[in-house]
Unconditional design. Structure first.
Length: 385
């Protein structure tokens, strides 16, 4: 049996509830219900065909947004259990945190943001919230998934002040510089641990980065030397896996120790005390913050800006902007359901509202679907149909 939750953990009893009130679930907690709704959503299923760094069709071995989200949930749950935080809630947040991502990773998001510049911009965190609040349409009694405030609070990791002001209670913390609950803070850091480490793993596997490139990073070298000492006879694939495993282990241990220490010093007696605190309590030590920074910088320079990844970035920009321009200038180029919504939005509130419908449609695409849609447009243009 899990230990009792900490005083300051989120619980269904201290939850700020759902937008559309519902009877409590019979055999699950409120946060388990959130997690289950996320798993059964169509946006969640599409994550399997969305890029993390590598385009989905480049190989079957690389992380996708779906496997990334599962890794985040795994790390976050481990820490949550060790710290007596709400495991169901961190799992729900972690599985939902990337639902609003466009096809083609960050390149796709930048491109869509550019297209949407004069219509209010595009932010993937805000889009994840739109997905769970509005865009999923499968329940008879409410729009979206009608998740609890705490899950939604965790999904909205960042948000511009302009958008925050329009979000009412959920956006308040950005305006008043407050913190979210510890489960939201934790899922955010688990995201960082997951992508830094799996990008090293995928980068090495793809051959775009080499083991020797990483030897300048002392954190990596320490783990590598320890693995070599412990298992001198293993092959390179196993060695990389053991090093990545050890790095994640070290980061998780530091995160738990540092955060516990900070919480003990602050001695919060409720989740509201956590929210009112002037800084996050879930954090690495300074030494590990530095380590994470070095890893991030290395990946930015060696992997994300690698010519091969970069050429995909350019292609993504091209595809997203062509799709956007085409759909925005003729709604009928989208499937009837989206065309109709865009036309209605335009009639009711103008072109910016219609652009949001176009942006929702593109953001929801998988890598493969976006590539095919782009190709189909090319054919229609060349055949004049
Ligand atoms: Mg993520």
């Amino acid at each position: 049996m899990p230990e009792e939750l900490a005083l300051y953990a989120a619980t269904p009893d201290n939850s700020r509830g759902r937008i559309y009130p519902e009877a409590p679930p019979s055999h699950r907690t409120e946060f388990q219900r959130d997690r289950d709704r996320i798993i059964h959503s169509s946006a969640f299923r599409r994550l399997v065909y969305k890029t993390q760094v590598f385009v989905n069709h480049e190989g079957d071995l690389y992380r996708t947004r779906l496997t990334h989200s599962l890794e985040v949930a795994q790390i976050a749950r481990t820490v949550a259990r060790a710290m007596r935080l709400n495991e169901d809630l961190v799992e729900a947040i972690s599985l939902a945190h990337d639902l609003g991502h466009t096809p083609f990773g960050h390149a796709g998001q930048d491109a869509l943001n550019k297209c949407m510049k004069k219509f209010g911009g595009f932010e993937h965190n805000l889009q994840s919230l739109r997905v769970v609040d509005q865009l999923e349409k499968c329940y008879a009694s409410f729009p979206g998934l009608n998740l609890t405030f705490e899950t939604r609070e965790g999904i909205l990791k960042h948000c511009s002040l302009t958008n925050a002001r329009e979000l009412g209670e959920l956006g308040k913390r950005f305006v008043e510089r407050q913190q979210p609950g510890l489960e939201a803070q934790l899922s955010n850091v688990a995201d960082e641990i997951a992508y830094n480490n799996h990008d090293v793993d995928d980068g090495l596997r793809s051959g775009l980065i080499k083991l020797r490139d990483l030897t300048d990073i002392s954190f990596f070298t320490q783990q590598l030397n320890a693995v070599k000492r412990l298992y001198p006879g293993i092959d390179e694939r196993q060695r990389i896996h053991e090093v990545v495993r050890a790095m994640i282990g070290e980061l998780v241990a530091d995160l738990i120790n540092t955060s516990q220490h900070r919480i003990e010093n602050f001695a919060p007696d409720s989740i509201d005390a956590i929210r009112d605190h002037n800084k996050p309590l879930i954090s690495f030590s300074n030494a590990f913050l530095e380590t994470q920074k070095t890893l991030k910088q290395f990946l930015r320079e060696q992997l994300y800006r690698h010519p091969k990844v970069h050429s995909m970035t350019e292609k993504a920009h091209e595809i997203i902007s062509v799709l956007f321009e085409t759909f925005q200038s003729d709604y009928e180029c989208m499937p009837p359901e989206h065309a109709q919504r865009a036309q209605q939005a335009c009639d009711k509130s103008g072109t910016a509202a219609a652009a949001r419908v176009v942006s929702d449609y593109i953001a929801g695409m998988t890598d493969r679907f976006a590539l095919q849609a782009h190709e189909a447009l090319g054919k229609n243009i060349t055949t004049g149909s």
